[in-house]
Ligand binder design. Structure first.
Ligand code: SF4
Ligand code: SF4
Length: 404
């Protein structure tokens, strides 16, 4: 085997191991990378982003988009030939390539094997959406989930049909990324080309055509169906080696192999990818995993209690982290007040809780003011963070219904 296919095999093994291991890695109790469909939370780098946390998810989507644009403009379909899960799967199931020429018994064995591989890949894909703790329990014993089992079988069957009947035709025809690539391709984009100066050395052995993943003849010139897999480079290298020559094909930045990494489209897409990544990191690491809200407790009318005026409030705490949080509340810029029945609260992991509390302020402070604008300090003791909320404290009515 010639060089590029050996490198592709190493890359493939790395990608497969990474894809298998990733859903099982956790950081601080959160997954390294999954979208949990039960909680609608996106776990990335051990951070947990709620689906309604629009800004970090938008920045992440923009980063992925601009990165793909940059890679596509500069390196063409290198993603397709080297990294895309579809082409990696095609190589894993490459024993299906000569399927039609096999004896019936071999065909049956190959179909059983490819169906088994399809189910494993389907399970791996589902683990990016269903936490592994739930997934494995759901397929066995008393926790059996028919929904998860059906999802596995349906996805596995679709992959099986893809591996059996569609194969590289997907890359050459319906893949949306291939269409995008056709639009972004320019005269400096990396692609597999026949080296113009060596064109006359071709002995028309057709090895490059026979080995081509998508069944094209790249000698005729660039073709949008080419996925940059480099099989033709290696096949031709094997043929030409017998003549003491090199492959007539090569990866080239355009037919004339002129590198231009500073062209407008490359620079802009790279710049936007870097900016959106920085924004994502800044926003994601500053995203709160504890949301707090303070609202008036409407069932409790403001009233006097001894020397104090009292108002009721409800503290709503939503904790999307996987550890309990201790919350303390106090008033800022105010000394003569009380918070009852408690000013310390605890909220369990991944839960939302309401706490009713009452603020009592010395009568003489509220007199003459229909509304006191208060600043409430909400301390997240667990994470050592604080937040300030504005509260309106209403002066109570007296027994005759007049504000005192
Ligand atoms: S032309 Fe070469 S690089 Fe392109 S798909 Fe065919 S074998 Fe792969
Ligand atoms: S493998 Fe090389 S020598 Fe053979 S047909 Fe293709 S380009 Fe020509």
């Amino acid at each position: 085997m010639s060089n590029f296919q050996s490198y592709r095999r190493v890359v493939r093994i790395f990608l497969i191991v990474t894809a298998i291991v990733l859903p099982f890695i956790k950081i601080n109790g959160n997954h390294l990378l999954i979208f949990d469909i039960y909680t609608f939370e996106f776990h990335i780098f051990g951070l947990v982003l709620q689906i309604n946390q629009f800004l970090p998810l938008l920045a992440l989507a923009l980063f992925i988009t601009f990165l793909f644009l940059y890679i596509t403009v500069t390196f063409g379909r290198i993603w397709c030939g080297w990294l895309c899960p579809q082409s990696v799967s095609m190589e894993v199931t490459s024993f299906m390539d000569k399927f039609s020429k096999n004896a019936i018994s071999i065909k049956v064995l190959k179909l059983i094997l490819v169906y088994f591989i399809s189910l494993l890949i389907a399970a791996n894909i589902l683990l990016y959406f269903i936490p592994y703790e739930i997934f494995f329990k759901s397929l066995t014993g008393e926790h059996f989930s028919r929904g998860i089992f059906i999802s596995l079988m349906v996805l596995g069957t679709l992959l099986f049909l893809n591996f059996w009947l569609v194969r590289y035709r997907f890359c050459a025809t319906v893949c949306p990324y291939s269409m995008l690539q056709s639009m972004l391709f320019d005269k400096h984009t990396l692609a597999v080309w026949m080296i113009p100066e060596t064109r006359d050395e071709c002995i028309k052995c057709m090895a490059c055509v026979k080995v081509c993943s998508t069944g094209i003849d790249i000698r005729q010139g660039q073709n949008s169906a080419c996925i940059n897999c480099a099989k033709c480079i290696d096949a031709c290298a094997d043929v030409m080696a017998k003549k003491g020559k090199k492959s007539l094909f090569a990866y080239r930045f355009g037919e004339n192999n002129i590198k231009n990494f500073t062209r407008f489209s490359s620079i802009v897409s790279m710049f936007l990818a870097i900016v959106s990544f920085v924004v994502f990191i800044l926003v994601a690491f500053n995203t709160k995993n504890v949301q707090v809200e303070v609202i008036p407790y409407k069932k409790f009318l403001p009233r006097y209690v001894g020397d104090f005026a009292a108002n009721g409030f409800i503290l709503v705490v939503e904790n999307s982290d996987n550890v309990n949080k201790k919350i303390k509340i106090e008033l800022r810029d105010m000394t003569e007040y009380e918070i009852t029945p408690d000013s310390m609260f605890e909220v369990g992991a991944d839960s939302k809780k309401d706490f009713t509390f009452f603020i009592k302020i010395k009568k003489n402070i509220v007199e003459g003011k229909p509304i006191l604008n208060l600043k409430m300090r909400i301390l997240n003791i667990t994470d050592n963070k604080e937040e300030i909320k504005d509260l309106s404290f209403r002066r109570p009515f007296d027994s005759k219904g007049k504000k005192q």
